[in-house]
Design a binder for this molecule. Sequence first.
Ligand code: CA
Length: 709
Amino acid sequence: MTETLIRVVLLVTEQSTLYLNLLLIFCLFFSACSNKIEPGSEAHIREVTLAIEDQRLLNAEDTPVDWLLHGRNYKEDRFSSLNQINKSNIDQLGLAWSIQLGTKRGIEASPLVVDGIMFFTGTWSVVYAVDVRKGEIIWIHDPGVPREYGEKACCDVVNRGVALYKGLVISASLDGRLFALDAATGKVVWEVITVDQKKAYTITGAPRVFDGKVAIGNGGGEYGVRGYVTAYDAMTGDELWRFYTVPGNPADGFENEAMEKAAETWTGEWWIMGGGGTCWDALVYDPVLDLLYIGVGNGSPWNREHRSPGGGDNLYLASIVALKPDTGEYVWHYQTTPGDTWDYTATQPIILADLEINSTDRKVLMQAPKNGFFYVLDRITGELISAEAYSYTNWATHIDSDTGRPVESEFARYLDANVTIAPGPGGAHNWHPMSYNPETGLVYIPVQQNFYTYGPHKDFSFDHDSRVWNLGTETDAEKPLIKDEKIPAKASKLVAWDPVNQKEKWNVLYQSTAGAGTLTTPDFVFQGTPEGLLVAYDSLTGEGLWSFDLKSGIIAPSVTYMVDGIQYLTIAVGWGGATGTSSLPLTEQVNPGTIYTFALGKKSKIPDFARKPKKQLVKLPVDASEAELEEGQTIFIKNCRACHWGEGNVPDLTYSTPEIFQIFHEIVGRGIFIGKGMPNYGDRYTEDEISNVKKYILSVAEERRTAQQ
Ligand code: CA
């Protein structure tokens, strides 16, 4: 019996081998065979992207070869276990290729990669597909964002990336659309408008996919909007649910019990300016607990005295809210900054982890929101486990572990004085992704050390204008100034933070004030710098082990993945974002947007960027009265300063050429630079008023020249 069985097995095996051999021969001769699909071809892209379904995404943590989700896996920890590039060979890491993107504004995206096909976004929400093997663009999809939208974007015309699902590349545009592209061709499959485009909503965040759905939030808190997150069917774009983060006008009825409860924490007529609470970045899906955590933004306007004059916590501003991913139903919330009055968003990246704390395994989420405290929360209940300052803060002394609330400094709310507060509205940490390395137990936070003088804003009846920032925090010259001598100088830092013991392990200090995203692997933390370097630090000690000069300030995070057995590292470079529109990086010049990819043993050179001539302060005669200059200054502060208050990727106008001032009225009053993102103010200001703005700019240039002499 046994003998017969063995013989049968042998026969079958022999036949299988024969069959396989025949198949192999067939494959060699006929290119139609599936394993002969040319990498980078439509058929290849379709095959590898169609395979990105739920199980594959759930397993993303165990398949570091690809980078399939915004934060690499659903924990969004940006830890890759790939270790082909390691301490023993990092000195051989070199440039494999670079692609210039033809853009001049900020790039913040985390590229996604599947089998050597990379998808990412650049400025003005343009989507790119790139063949990593060749270092070539496969397709570009420009959603055609109307350039007037540049005015509604608080923090540059940036975008943080795409989501991949079953053959689709899903992305959102600055003007509030969410769209799905055929990953193989870049052609639009479906598109929905997710905002009221008459209002000042914008989208810069990356959509997140989970369980057949795709979720997206929006921004616009500075201009006056009401925040929310919407989930759509990932395959069709049909709307499934929407969760508002702040209550609307009670007279219209509340959408749900969560809004009814939230309304008890507001006073006055907050809904007129929208209330704020936009969710412009962190949306993190937790497949283990079946929850979706959303990071909620600041109040609108910033000053609570305007927004909710009787006080109150103003739920769910500056909170992390857990929702049921199927329905968008509220589950729990934790408010990091009750009654926010400083633009302390809690939209910053959220990382999920399992940590042993006091000998107990805890399912936690971690966030370093703008307010300067690092939070570890129990993500089952939303309960505070611990919070400590990760950067200098003076608005609150500490977080009370019993109440879970900050203990505010007496002067923090700037009610009757101008007060210098740290951190400022740029946040001790902003959108720049942090990463968590489970092997070192450290979180690598791009920290920004900054401060800002908030003022009580004397005019409490100020007009809300949805085309400009409405903050209500202007300093009042008649009030005293409270300064804190202990506030450190403006700078940025890479901080390695121990989340269990809530303390800093080491840091690297930079001169510039802007942060840049991080990535971690067993041996390294990779971070770009405003000085233009891509650096590999020792993940345990912070020692710099390798760097590459990319010669233009970096803000985006890098990603790593493997193609045909080779580990690659990719970073997109484009100076800009909240800090970069109005400040220069510490490099010789800002170079156009470029994506760089590195691998061991590669020796390509970075592009030879054209040298830009050194700029001179404009020198033109100014004949203006005090009253004209004052009017010009008022209009400038209200409309122009947010982008043009320094030399960044948007010009400092005092350095513009005399030719620009010859066509000043055409630019400002007739919109001839709309294509560059410069709005038309012709419907808002008269020719005389525009002329006064011009005189004001020229007089500032004159003052600066005198100061230089
Ligand atoms: Ca804000």
